[in-house]
Design a protein around this ligand. Structure first.
Ligand SMILES: [Zn+2]
Length: 76
């Protein structure tokens, strides 16, 4: 995949994490989104191991691109 910012070839890999939430508000403690809060990406901690989110990393400008379409969200 070509980086849309700098056009370098991106490296395919995995974002390894526990719980994660991308939303329109900051959360200091919990990752439970509020009623009027939009969120695009939410993963809970699995029972056995962490999450492995397939993603692309740009070696030049260091940006990550994650296709979040397969994950829990409340966007339309
Ligand atoms: Zn780039």
């Amino acid at each position: 995949m070509e980086c849309p910012f700098c056009k370098a070839e991106m490296i395919k890999g995995y974002l390894q994490c526990g719980t994660a939430l991308w939303s329109t508000k900051k959360h200091k403690v919990s990752i439970f989104p509020g009623k009027n809060e939009q969120y695009a990406f939410r993963v809970k901690l699995p029972m056995v191991s962490g999450n492995y989110i397939e993603s692309d990393c740009c070696p030049k400008c260091k940006r990550l691109i994650i296709d979040t379409s397969a994950y829990e969200n409340n966007l339309e």
